[in-house]
Design a protein around this ligand. Structure first.
Ligand code: PEP
Length: 257
């Protein structure tokens, strides 16, 4: 089944509002409007940059979405420092990353938290980009598929098939994030295929075949084409290379082919 690729830029904690406006404008200027027929693109800047980035894209009438990097599952209340789904929806976010390995590793986000965040996003009509991925220790032990597929099962617990179909899964081996060390296309494909198999077991062949599974981990303009050519890799979650318009656009162009 032909799935429309998604190229999502995870800016992490980079770019002030002024810098975000400049980068968004540079990306918008280079983005050919008809590319959006073939590829979905999302920018995931820090919370404070979401509205300015969205404003630039709306002004330019570009079909480039914005997404957040995290969310809290409660609707409102005494949760100092947190941001709700409703707040993201009001800005016009289409996506939100959940379970990024930096949030799991640095901020203690658990599989249960990821599941609650995904459910809250779906209830608010935002598409979760659910990140999963193994450490180098797990890979060296030879238990990558078991570890990653357990993360997938936990993230989707209690989510029904219709809702699951709206989710995106991002396979991001921790040892490849921000390290310049990319999974080989064969390694990335093997885990993405195992994830799709798990989605098939949880839901159905049709739903698993329709869902997008991204690869993330030092994807750049030099390696995007070979990774995106793999049958179960439906796009990329891009960190470092999303911070420069030329490299991000080159990755989008690789997804057009
Ligand atoms: C990420 O943070 O999701 C990521 C894949 O980062 P990088 O592309 O820099 O490895």
């Amino acid at each position: 089944m032909a799935r429309k690729p998604l190229i999502a830029g995870n800016w992490k904690m980079n770019n002030t509002i002024g810098e975000a406006v400049v980068l968004t404008q540079e990306i918008s200027n280079r983005f050919e409007p008809d590319w959006s027929d073939t590829v979905d693109v999302a920018l995931c800047p820090p919370f404070v940059d979401l509205k300015p980035a969205k404003t630039v894209l709306e002004f330019d009438k570009q079909h480039i979405a914005v997404g957040a990097q995290d969310v809290y599952w409660e609707e409102k209340g005494a949760y100092t420092g947190e941001i709700s789904v409703g707040m993201l929806a009001e800005i016009g976010c289409a996506y939100c990353i959940v379970g990024h390995s930096e949030r799991r590793g640095l901020f203690g986000e658990t599989n249960e938290d990821v599941n609650k965040k995904a459910k809250a996003l779906l209830a608010g009509h935002l598409a979760p980009i659910i990140c999963v991925g193994e450490s180098l220790a797990v890979r060296d032990e030879g238990t990558t598929d078991e570890f990653v597929c357990a993360q997938v099962r936990a993230a989707f617990a209690g989510i029904d098939e219709n809702e699951a179909a709206k989710c995106v899964v991002a396979y991001e081996p921790i040892w490849a994030i921000g390290t310049g060390r990319t999974a080989t296309p064969e390694q990335a494909q093997a885990v993405c295929a195992a994830i799709r198999e798990t989605l098939k077991e949880l839901y159905s062949q049709d739903t698993a075949e329709a869902m997008r599974i991204l690869y993330g981990g030092s994807m750049n303009e030099g390696n995007a084409a070979i990774l995106l050519a793999e049958p179960d890799i439906d796009g990329g979650l891009i960190g470092g290379a999303s911070l420069k318009a030329t490299s991000f656009i080159a990755i989008i162009e690789a997804a057009l082919k």
